[in-house]
Design a protein around this ligand. Structure first.
Ligand code: PMP
Length: 342
């Protein structure tokens, strides 16, 4: 199906809001168009609603044309917008994987869209056949996550491609953790699949969770439509400025990611060697899922020592599991000291 025919009818017919900054885009001038306070303090002016400079720079960093980049207030904004743009409440449904990132189902619920989770197998592997058989003519999107949260593993690219080839709606692949994986991810497939949306974020490897900046890479028509539906000034001016500064030095981030990867390689066998730990799941992300006999007890012991991990043990498929983020070498040492005592 053509991408255009997948948009909700009200969205296809939308007359979008035009900001003062849409009507005049010069740099120098006396701005009496936006009812701002005229006394300069560094943030008295509205930011660029189209984030042009930021998209230019991200385009260089990612090797993707700016027309294919949507910038959201975290990738959570992009997830919500995908529902709002493609899914008619109470009519359409979305198929996803389980266990996975919780916001796919929360955004489905807030948008009154049926959510169909398809359980991954015991090693958290994806089956294209299972996804395709859960979909019907009202399925507008499939949400996948690779590397998957909370399991940590990359999804099999062949299975993802099969879904892309055979499912006629939108396929979202959330690559929030791709920078930690030894894989180029799916950005190279964007040209071949106009119904593919790849989500990434600056919140993880890039070290900017506090700034709130998420990315959706997609067909220019999808990007343009999501941009019409978003709040006009969704990325604040301070975030735009700081992110541009940070992107000037990608080398620093690469070094931090390499250090985190090295720590992961050290931590995994050390965890594996602990009698307390029943299973360490393989991971391509900056966290690891481990199975223990008494997850609540281990969680509470860690908390009492000031170390906070995520208890995922009540999630189907994650029975007995805690999710542990890879920290600094000192933080990981502290974690291991506490676990060894148990
Ligand atoms: N996707 C996944 C898989 C995540 O784990 C998270 C955050 N935990 C997000 C998206 C949201 O990231 P952001 O900070 O960009 O909203």
């Amino acid at each position: 199906m053509e991408v255009r025919n997948l948009f909700r009818e009200n969205i296809r017919n939308l007359a979008p809001y035009s900001t003062a900054r849409d009507e005049y885009q010069g740099e120098l001038g006396i701005y009496l168009d936006a009812n701002e306070n005229p006394y300069e303090n560094g943030y008295n002016r509205y930011p660029d609603p189209h984030q042009r400079e930021l998209k230019r720079r991200l385009s260089e960093v990612k090797g993707i044309d700016p027309s294919r980049i949507f910038i959201g207030n975290g990738s959570d904004e992009a997830i919500d917008l995908i529902y709002r743009v493609f899914c008619e409440p109470r009519i359409h449904n979305v198929v996803s994987i389980a266990p996975s990132y919780g916001m796919y189902s929360v955004a489905a619920a807030t948008n009154d869209v049926e959510f169909r989770p398809v359980q991954l197998n015991e090693n958290f592997e994806l089956s294209a056949a299972d996804i395709l058989s859960a979909a019907d003519e009202n399925t507008r999107a499939v949400f996948l996550c690779s590397p998957n949260n909370p399991s940590g593993n990359l999804l099999d690219a062949g299975q993802v491609r099969e879904i892309l080839d055979r499912f006629p709606g939108i396929v979202v692949v959330d690559e929030a953790y791709i920078d930690f994986a030894d894989s180029p991810g799916l950005l190279p497939l964007l040209n071949d699949y106009p119904r593919l949306i790849v989500l990434q974020t600056l919140s993880k490897a890039w070290g900017m969770a506090g700034l709130r900046l998420g990315l959706a890479f997609a067909d220019p028509e999808i990007v343009a439509t999501m941009s019409q539906v978003k709040y006009p000034y969704n990325i604040n001016g301070i975030t735009q400025r700081i992110v541009l500064d940070q992107l000037a030095d990608p080398q620093k981030v690469s070094e931090e990611v390499a250090e985190i990867d090295r720590e992961r390689e050290r931590l995994l066998p050390a965890l594996e060697a602990l009698p307390l730990i029943r299973k360490v799941f393989p991971t391509d992300a900056n966290f690891v899922l481990v199975r223990v006999d008494d997850p609540r007890g281990v969680y509470n012991t860690l908390i009492n020592e000031g170390v906070i991990v995520r208890d995922r043990s009540r999630i189907k498929g994650c029975e007995g599991c805690l999710r542990i983020t890879i920290g600094t070498p000192a933080e990981n040492r502290k974690l291991m000291e506490i676990l060894k005592e148990l």
